[in-house]
Design a protein around this ligand. Sequence first.
Ligand SMILES: [Zn+2]
Length: 696
Amino acid sequence: MKIGATLFLVLALCLSASPLNAIVNAETTQAKEQIIVFKNGTIYTVNDKQPKAEAIAVKGDRIIYVGTNKGAQSYEKKAARVVDLKGSTVVPGMTDSHYHLAGVGAREMNLNLEGTNTLEAFLAKVKERVDKAKPGEWITGRGWIETFWKPPTFPTRWDLDKIAPNNPVYLTRADGHASVANSAAITLAGITKETANPFGGEIMRDKQTGEANGMFLDKAQGLIGAKIPPNRGDNAEQAYLLGVKRSIELGWCQIQDAGGTLGEVELLKKLYSEGKIKLRIYKAIHGPSAGATKFIADGAAAPQFDNRFTFRTIKVVMDGALGSKGAWLLENYSDYNTAGFPTVKPEELYPMLIEALKAGIQVETHAIGDRANRVILDLYEKAFAAVPPAERKVKDPRWRVEHAQILDLADVPRFAKLGVIPSMQPSHAIGDLHFAPSRLGMKRLAGAYAWESLIKSGVKIAGGSDAPVERGEPMIEFYAAVARKDIRGYTGEGWHPEQAVSRQDALKMFTLWAAYAAFEENLKGSIEVGKLADLTVLSADIMKIAAPEILKTRCVMTVIGGEVVYQDNSLASLSTSSPALSLSEIRRENTNAEADVASSEESKDITKPEPLKVSRPQYPKLARNKGTEGTVQLSVLVGMDGKVKEVKVLSGLPDGLTEEAIKAAWNLRFKPAINQTNKQPVDYWTNVEISFRITG
Ligand SMILES: [Zn+2]
């Protein structure tokens, strides 16, 4: 193909002294001694004794100064790097307390259908993928929600057949409780008019003919899912790394991974030991299970990898979800003749609770319905009484209830009384409240998503998103907590606006209180001397701007353990004084190149990057350290928004600069491409060369 579009970039890493160490290898002694100053910020510390500041000094991975710009001057002189925040807002590194990291990564790997706000947009996005596929290749994806479609009805097999006549297509709703398949997939799965609904699931059918209409609910999803060959690219390691990348770009400094296996724990440890993960992960595995039994016998380990990885929690699932009527209620659903059901038998769970309490293992239990919440609080209470503090390895066990979504008002004060932490997801409320009134009736909504009542009762709520069930974006969660309106500003009867929280409390939910839920409040969660230097830098002052503006606010920099792990250069709002890694030095030598890509059909080939065309930029004679001078040739996949979605290293990967070179590529921006034939936006591959040199 005549791509004519190879884009040559020069990234000059002009470094004097030895700051490269901090960027390339945070583990070196120099990095541990290195000082970085962040100044001219609007800094919200979440420390009541000093709520606001202008500047922060960091040494190694710890904060050594918080205060005025003037006070920071003495550190500036010694600093290897000074970041001028130019008024940007800084909050303590944000934590998502309920996240499914591998799921977030898998969503990136498959077709991500989030944000398709019309049936047409949904179909267009699927079609774009289908057009790239070989005949017969399975197309899978996740993330669609029909709530805002007009009309808000499920898609059908016939909708999909129009755009995908030759490929089996299977696309899961954001919540994971429903999927739509096309006729090719349904045929391959051998489903006919006669196929009965499996236990716990429903094959939705055409009212006239009785034919499957393409929608499969809950357990019926397995009828199609079982036929999908394992995706070649669908390996756990790749999913984790993509999930980590997305998380850091959104401003998360830690995610608390709600479930998994011992195998996942081992994989994560391997990735940390290889230096591939910077994000902090607080990990749980599912129980009761053989893995959980082994974990209890072995005991929880201390935080590892510079406090980046902690494994001390077992995740229990008590019931299902409200949307699919699987939440376990005290009384029947208002729109259905059932009260839901438990997914674990209390008598089978209880012995594990006793052992976990003795062994100092934290337990977190998914509970959505008011009965599920009551039963788990009862079980926790009984276990706490059976194993008094003197017999526990950890006296204050800080057990959690994940979601704590629908509570009988009598159970609200029990969290504070028992010392149980509600771990809640504000975005669930603003999505669910569209259908919760019909599911629950008005009366039961008084204890639903009852954030403010819980805070007033004296608990610390750990805030999370439950991504990929929700989009997993800190600004959506923060907005939902303070606005308690959907992202279009809608609120309705029974939404209980008085349960919205103050901005101070919303910030705590995603910082200090999240840290508390992980036993880390002395280590992180606020910007204080001695704590880990985790910072989320935002494009606007979320403590002051109008609520809808919060949704437009973006993460411009993520700092984990004193290391800048993400910086959004498109905003160009931050500058760093020399010596520094200054990504603003990227020069585009051929800025018109993207236009050519736009007309190239073949540029959609995403499996084989074009052979490399190497530019030969001239270097000034500044390089003194020949060992760290060179060029890296990369192929990048540019998304429809112009952001880099994937990077493949073609050649020239230098020793020691691996991550930084790639990271620089992730930060590049390109013009989005339009396929000239069908006028649809497309992803495209293009080659770039990144040159670097170090002056020492
Ligand atoms: Zn979850």
